[in-house]
Design a protein around this ligand. Structure first.
Ligand code: SF4
Length: 352
């Protein structure tokens, strides 16, 4: 009988009380950030879930908006000597792992992720040690140390194919940390998986009954769901996919209205991809709702214009470093995924 990992009690912060900037203050911060980006030979790289103002500024200044792996790859291939990674801590770490020779700054080192916090290296490592016969597969939303402990790192875009491949080789697996994504993959592949019990504070809150009611009110709408959501929400989806896959689907679907179950920050790029469509946020309210996030990641929200300015203006307390031996171990697990993707001509885009 398989043992399950303990369900860790993760203390979630309330949404940070960010100063609401006036239009003029936003303009001032943007101008100062643009000047500093040039002065410091830096590039702004933002995740899909950050504030639309931040995503727009990244695009306007020749930076990038994407998922964690693409953010890290863009930074690695860009000429800038400093990367400012607007996202959460594991994204800064991944950028540093791929580009150890560059300075990697983050608007806030406090910006983390419930999947990362809920999968501390000591406990996860102990869990893996208890099952030495199992191959360890972890999601990109983990610390560098957890990545280094794993055999494989996967993104949500390629997780199914890799688990299917490992299963076909007769391997028994440990999956961590997201239990919803893990269970979705387990259902699809029938692989023998021992599950770590983490979840994403944002996706865990989507509510199936309220979504059914929203669908009934919008009969022509398609439902797009990120697989970090609960199973009964995924079951209502027309499309299940990673952030990049959901944006592509939004573009190609013929439905005029789309109900989207992922962080609302994605609406900025999704609306760019389909200007004529109406996007509705899937409900986090309804029976049992606590609305800890209301479809907005509290850690992503820490990437304010002011915080970006501070990081660029004074590098103290914003610098990301990864122990070289940990980075080396994490790179091995990341490289397995990248080689598999290249060999099978698959895309790796897509984390939270
Ligand atoms: S949205 Fe969820 S998975 Fe993404 S950073 Fe926030 S807590 Fe982590």
């Amino acid at each position: 009988m398989a043992t399950l990992s303990p369900m860790l009690r993760v203390e979630y912060p309330s949404l940070p009380k960010l100063a609401v900037l006036s239009d003029q203050e936003k303009i001032n911060y943007k101008e100062k950030i643009k000047r500093l980006l040039k002065e410091k030979n830096a590039v702004l790289i933002a995740h899909y879930y950050t504030d639309p103002d931040v995503q727009a500024l990244a695009e306007e200044t020749g930076g990038y908006v994407g998922d964690s792996l693409e953010m890290a790859r863009f930074g690695r291939d860009h000429d800038a000597s400093t990367l400012i990674i607007s996202g959460v801590r594991f994204m800064g770490e991944t950028a540093k792992i791929l580009t150890p020779n560059k300075k990697v700054l983050m608007p806030s080192l406090e910006a983390t992720c419930s999947l990362d916090v809920g999968c501390p290296i000591e406990l996860f490592s102990q869990f893996c040690d208890e099952h030495p016969d199992r191959t360890v597969v972890v999601y990109a939303n983990t610390s560098a140390a957890v990545k280094a402990r794993a055999d494989w790192v996967v993104t949500s875009s390629i997780a199914l194919e890799i688990v299917d491949h490992l299963d076909s080789e007769g391997k028994k697996l440990i999956w961590g940390p997201d239990r919803h994504l893990g269970n979705y993959i387990k259902d699809k592949t029938q692989a023998d998986i021992l599950m770590w019990q983490g979840d994403c504070i944002v996706h865990d809150e989507f509510k199936a009954q309220a979504l059914r009611e929203m669908k009934a009110l919008n009969p022509g709408a398609a439902v797009l769901v990120h697989p970090e959501s609960p199973k009964n929400v995924i079951e209502l989806a027309d499309i299940v996919g990673s952030t990049s896959q959901l944006i592509s689907a939004a573009k190609s679907l013929t439905n005029k209205t789309l109900i989207v179950a992922t962080d609302k920050g994605i609406f900025y790029k999704m609306q760019q991809a389909c200007t004529e469509k109406e996007l509705l946020a899937a409900p986090t309210a309804g029976n049992g709702a606590t609305c800890r996030s209301c479809a907005q990641c509290p850690w992503m929200a820490m990437n304010s214009l002011k915080a970006i300015f501070n990081a660029l203006n004074n590098a103290k307390g914003h610098n990301i470093d990864v122990d070289p031996s940990v980075a080396k171990g994490a790179m091995i697990s990341l490289d397995r995924m990248l080689s598999f993707a290249a060999e099978h001509q698959l895309k790796t885009k897509g984390n939270a």
